[in-house]
Write a protein that binds this ligand. Sequence first.
Ligand SMILES: NC(=O)C1=CN([C@@H]2O[C@H](COP(=O)(O)OP(=O)(O)OC[C@H]3O[C@@H](n4cnc5c(N)ncnc54)[C@H](O)[C@@H]3O)[C@@H](O)[C@H]2O)C=CC1
Ligand SMILES: O=C([O-])CC(=O)C(=O)O
Length: 260
Amino acid sequence: MKVGVIGAGSIGSVVATRLRAGAVPGVRLTGVAHSDPADPDGVPVLPFDELVAESELVVECAGQQALAALGPRVLDAGRDLLVVSVGALADQHLLDTLLAAGPGAVHLSTGAIGGLDLLAAAAAMGPLESVEIVTTKKPAGLVQPWMPEEQANRLREADAPVEVLRAPARTVTAAFPASANVAASVALAVGAWDTVEAAVVADPGAARTSHVITAEGPAGTYRFEINNHPSPRTPTSSRIVPYAVLSAIGGLANPRGVFR
Ligand SMILES: NC(=O)C1=CN([C@@H]2O[C@H](COP(=O)(O)OP(=O)(O)OC[C@H]3O[C@@H](n4cnc5c(N)ncnc54)[C@H](O)[C@@H]3O)[C@@H](O)[C@H]2O)C=CC1
Ligand SMILES: O=C([O-])CC(=O)C(=O)O
């Protein structure tokens, strides 16, 4: 399978480098579409249209805005799309556009978290009564352009954990586009945006990024605690994310390879 990557930051550069090294059987890297002038670790750079033309699967690792701008074009060209910036799908208009686009198909990366399969199964049995995801990260990466200066400074100077926002998943993922895509992943897994409450906590002492997901419903009660090392390059992203992407690519390229 020929795979192209959009974005060569902390996630895309690892995905591209590993694919180029042959880490996923049956996959060949076509290149990366990259908006930075810097050389993305020596992987071949292609203009977006060429990347799409050369690839069977295009992997978005470039952020929510890039997904909104480029995702429909990938699908309309008949290429499949693997989405990392899942939070963009909180925008119902974009979700509808992607669903209507094609003939390419959309796949979602599990990104920084897990347990989504079990949550989806639990939701299928009957509506969940409550679902919560609490994300805790170092404060620096959580400062956002929409924050009043006073709030941004309070965050930068925090010497103890601060809950920055608690709201429905749709609101939180839009407010923290590089930090709370996971809230959207949970909402999409359980198929109920309004049931999922998300919180973002800034903790100056957080050596790892944590995501604690809890859910309750007719199937049972669930709690997943994830403590990820942050990426040294882009600390808002967990280091595991490119490997979740590679795992998803492996599954798509080798649908009969479940035992390997
Ligand atoms: N689903 C999940 O669990 C997670 C999702 N993410 C998403 O992944 C995105 C990327 O994360 P990182 O690689 O850590 O960010 P990063 O900032 O290190 O890299 C993003 C790269 O994309 C490039 N880019 C932006 N717009 C582009 C465009 N239109 N065309 C080509 N390249 C473009 C930028 O120049 C940059 O090099 C985040 O913004 C976030 O939305 C990140 C972490 C977890
Ligand atoms: O990488 C993480 O831990 C989560 C993240 O940035 C996101 O969901 O956008």
